[in-house]
Every structure is written in C-alpha cells, then in structure tokens.
Ligand binder design. Structure first.
Ligand SMILES: [Zn+2]
Length: 216
C-alpha cells in the first residue's frame, strides 16, 4: 500500500538534499520519479529543486490552479511513475493535498512531500496544515539551533534584524531565515554573537534584547 509522506523541518535542514537522494535511489533501481515544486519558490529559477548544498534537479512547476491528479495522469502517459516527490510543500493549497491523497489511494503511488511546518510567525502554512491532517507518515528532519538544541522555529531576518511582522510569503525580498530553538526564537537571539555584548556587539546592538523588541 502506497502512503503519503510529509517530511518537515525548519530551514536549512537538508530537505531538498534528502529529496534528491530519494530520487537518485529510485532511479538507480530503474524506477521513474516525478518531481514537483510550487511556482512561488522561484528564488533559484523556476521548475527546479535546489539544495543548499548545491545539487539541483529539474522539477515540474505547480501553480495555485494546478490539479495535481491531472498532472500526475498526464505525466504517467509517458511512462509509469513509481514515486511523486514534492519540494516546498508548505506552499501547496488544500486542494493540492486532497489531489495527492487520490494519487496515493487510487493509483497506489507513494507521494513524499518535503517542506516547512510553521512560518516565521509560528503559524502553520496552509499546505503544512493539510499535510499534517492527511499524511499517513509524518517525519521530522532535524536540525539544530546555533546553541545546539533542536531547532523547531524559523526566524525571518532582514538586515541582520529579527523581524516578527510581515506577510507569510515574501516574494523577491532580501530576507533570510534562521532556524532556532523555541527559547532563542522567543528571546530573539539569532546567533551566538548576540548572546553576550562583546566589545564588537556592544556598540552595534547593545546585546540581544534590542534585536527583537524593536520588531515585536
Ligand atoms: Zn537555541
């Protein structure tokens, strides 16, 4: 019986690298995979799954209106698909998740979705919420905060400042994201250099509290 997998993590945990490894394992055994990625994630060029480690794979772009079941069936006409891999699953809509469940249940094809769970304000993405509800297997890809604890949250950082307000998805922005443990998300310390006011940081930020308070 095929299953719907949701493999989630915070940022920079190697989700895409993991997806590329799974694709490689299938292909090495002569199997065919279909790789999908929501169009919104065009930071590295459309239609590609790109890992931070530099590996990339061609992927079929998915828009808000794409019917994933129809896409699957039309791709399957060109040859049997043994597994569907989807990156950046947080950007999916509810209907996409329901279509994925049909691929699993009606066509007995495993679907593995990689993505974030919570956004930078600690709310679930739409895709993540319905993946949590519908997935057969939910697995966490772990990564750590700068302090060594498990990172469970993602901070949005703009110009070295922890930002707590703004739209869930920032397209074309100059923001970056840092994975943090809950404690350091809550106190706004985005790196070890902010833990104590060293000579260098004292003049710039006066230590950590200022970084979050201004934005909170
Ligand atoms: Zn921490």
């Amino acid at each position: 019986m095929a299953q719907l997998y949701y493999r989630y993590s915070t940022m920079n945990a190697g989700k895409t690298l993991e997806l590329i490894k799974v694709a490689y394992n299938y292909e090495e055994r002569g199997k065919r995979v279909l790789i999908l990625v929501p169009e919104i994630d065009d930071r590295f060029g459309r239609g590609k799954a790109v890992s931070k480690a530099g590996l990339e794979r061609e992927a079929v772009p998915v828009s808000e209106d794409t019917n994933l079941l129809e896409l699957f069936l039309s791709e399957a006409e060109r040859g049997q698909i043994d597994c569907v891999l989807l990156d950046e699953g947080q950007f999916l809509k509810k209907h996409h998740i329901l279509e994925l469940t049909e691929i699993v249940d009606s066509f007995d094809t495993p679907v593995m979705v990689y993505g974030l769970k919570n956004d930078f304000k600690n709310e679930l993405f739409e895709g993540s919420m319905y993946l949590l509800i519908y997935a057969d297997k939910i697995e966490e890809i772990k990564t750590i905060c700068w302090c060594g604890r498990k990172a469970t949250m993602v901070a949005r950082v703009i110009n070295d400042k922890f930002v707590r307000v703004g739209d869930q998805i920032m397209v074309g922005g100059n923001e970056s994201y840092v994975s943090l443990c809950r404690k350091h998300y809550n106190d706004g310390r985005i790196g070890a250099e902010n833990t104590r006011p060293s000579a260098k940081n004292a003049e710039r930020a006066g230590g950590s509290p200022e970084i979050s308070e201004g934005e909170a």
